[in-house]
Design a protein around this ligand. Structure first.
Ligand code: HEM
Length: 560
């Protein structure tokens, strides 16, 4: 009882001081008939009691803090086991400062310290995998680990977006989307892509700035507009397409690894939600309008059309009862306008950032390796014949063996996505020596696999020829190392489209333009945003390239 009173008193004194309470104000209004709690207190002993209580509270608080800090370290050591990583973790924030300013060099330190290493940020225990075996094991163990997006992702991309599905629900949903990247569909997209990147080349050529300028954002614009038109055709008017494209950057920056997760006005998450709402309005309209057009039997002009046409066809096939039950269920599933909108939202998000990184480095690598660019041109002149302005077919793109090897090598040397965060659903015995605790973040990293000297000799050199040495070459014998597009159930669904796009853009650019890259001390330094970019933003200048006279031999045209 006494101790209760003491704490009441302690609390009263702590509370009253700042609010300026005094004894007379606390006196009862009924002239003293009411029970006066304070009259029970022996005032003579008050000062010492007060002191004792303050000390007790201070001690208690201190003890709680110390226990918390010690148990944080003990827990970290226990989870860390024998793996490399900091011996202790900075209290509470851990490696937060590093994640605010990510650098490739810091990541490399971790990757090179062992196939598995650990860190902790805000008490999230993180296991980083850098060997091909461990990385693939994470990507291919859906029972133990699933992709984890940053805290704000569900707010930004909508909580019911398919990208948050896992297990069977995810596999089934993806089956329904595979139809979007068939050869037939890619052939339709190619025509749309070509028109758009030629318009962007004209803009670059019209840039009358005499000196090279950072072109990273112009490469992004090209990708963004191409993807938007490939996915949505002309259902979105010009002005709205520009608005969606410009605002999409707000979505990208709100999904960076470290971000304030609440949507207060003015925050990145708030702006991203606004951008998403505008984009979704147009994507849902695309779905609605496309459904009308496809029902009328009109021509397929974009990915949404191809998707809706596939649904209509499946329904008709089903009526003929020719399909197996399993595929019937998936194909005939009617995707609502909102679901289609959310898929388009996810595609655009996934495509613009990684493809912009890929395209930036592709142009940079080409300018820095003129002999390789010459070979690309020779192949292009050979395949395109005398008419470099004729539209391309998918067969022609497939036959660009050298250009495709250049794209593959460029993505290997500078992989746009260097890691993907996953989370363990239960304790994950990742190898015979270590089990990742449940609820940890596990990060498969791709850099070391893609720069493994035993598979890619001279791993830091740009050598497209390594992809042309036949099936017995080291690179071809070890496809498991080529993790540019991930692996397992969540591997990149857009990889054929991405490869086709990069090959076609480079091929056409090579015959229409010459370009110069101003190499600066930062050109080879990597800036890690979500994907990677050259730190100087890729300073380029583009010039028109003369059209070869009819009948010029490809090797002669290429050397001009
Ligand atoms: C050079 C360009 C690209 C690169 C390097 C890239 C890379 C990746 C990587 C590494 C992943 C994670 C894989 C995993 O967890 O195993 C991924 C997933 C994904 N990508 Fe791409 N991507 C590119 C372009 C695209 C494009 C153009 C699209 C859309 C058309 C796209 C759509 C997606 C989607 C939807 C996922 C998640 C798939 C799922 O969870 O099932 N990506 N991508």
């Amino acid at each position: 009882m006494a101790s209760t009173l003491q704490s009441i008193r302690a609390s009263a004194s702590m509370i009253s001081a700042p609010f300026g309470f005094n004894q007379s104000r606390l006196a009862p209004a009924d002239g003293g008939k009411s029970f006066d709690l304070l009259s029970l207190v022996d005032y003579a002993s008050l000062p010492s009691l007060k002191d004792a209580d303050t000390k007790t509270i201070l001690f208690a608080v201190l003890a709680i803090i110390i226990t918390g800090l010690v148990s944080e370290q003990v827990l970290y050591w226990k989870k860390k086991g024998g793996l490399p990583g900091p011996k202790w973790t900075i209290p509470i924030i851990g490696k937060f400062a590093d994640s605010l300013n990510p650098s490739l060099e810091k990541y490399q330190e971790g990757w090179n310290s062992g196939p598995l290493s650990v860190a902790s940020v805000f008490n999230i225990f993180i296991v980083i995998a850098s060997s091909t075996e461990h990385t693939r094991r994470i990507l291919n163990s859906p029972v133990y680990a699933e992709p984890c997006l940053v805290a704000s992702a569900k707010k930004v991309l909508c909580h019911d977006n398919w990208v948050f599905l896992n297990g069977k629900a995810h596999v089934d949903y993806r089956k329904g989307l595979n139809t979007l990247f068939t050869r037939k569909a890619l052939g339709i997209y190619l025509g749309i892509q070509e028109k758009i990147y030629r318009q962007h080349f004209d803009l670059w050529l019209a840039d009358n700035n005499p000196k090279p300028q950072p072109y990273m954002m112009q490469f992004r614009d090209l990708n963004m507009e191409t993807s938007l038109r490939v996915f949505c055709g002309n259902y979105i008017p010009e002005e709205a397409a520009k608005e969606v494209s410009d605002n999409y950057w707000l979505i990208t920056v709100a999904l960076e690894l470290v971000n304030f997760p609440f949507a207060f006005p003015g925050t990145k998450v708030y702006n991203a939600i606004k951008a998403r709402k505008t984009a979704m309005k147009w994507f849902e309209l695309t779905a609605r309008e496309s459904k009308k057009r496809m029902a009328e039997g009109q021509e397929v002009t974009c990915l949404t059309d191809a998707w809706i046409k596939a649904m209509i066809d499946a329904r008709q096939q089903n009526e003929n009862a020719d399909l197996e039950a399993e595929s019937r269920k998936v194909l005939v599933r009617d995707f609502s306008d909102r679901e289609i909108g959310m898929v388009l939202l996810s595609f655009l998000f996934a495509s613009q950032d990684a493809m912009s990184s890929g395209l930036t480095y592709l142009f940079q690598h080409m300018a820095d390796h003129p002999e390789i660019l010459r070979k690309v041109r020779e192949e292009q002149y050979r395949i395109r014949g005398d008419d470099i302005n004729a539209s391309l077919s998918l067969d022609q793109v497939d036959s660009m063996e050298y250009t495709r090897a250049v794209v593959k090598e460029s993505l290997r040397l500078k992989p746009p996505v260097i890691m993907v965060p996953y989370e363990t659903r239960k304790a994950f015995p990742i190898d015979k020596n270590y089990t990742v605790p449940k609820g940890s973040m596990v990060i498969p990293s791709f850099w070391n696999s893609l720069h493994d000297a035993s598979v890619y000799p001279e791993p830091d050199s740009f050598k497209p020829e390594r992809w042309l040495e036949g099936p017995q070459s080291l690179a071809e014998l070890n496809p498991k190392n080529y993790l540019v597009f991930g692996s397992g159930p969540h591997n990149c669904i857009g990889q054929q489209y991405a490869n086709m796009h990069l090959t076609a853009v480079l091929g056409t650019a090579s015959v229409l333009m010459n370009w110069e890259h101003e190499v600066t001390p930062l050109s080879e330094k990597v800036k890690v945003i979500a994907t990677i970019f050259p730190k100087d933003g890729a300073r380029m200048k583009f010039y028109p390239r003369a059209v070869p006279a009819p009948g010029t031999a490809p090797e002669v045209a290429a050397s001009a």
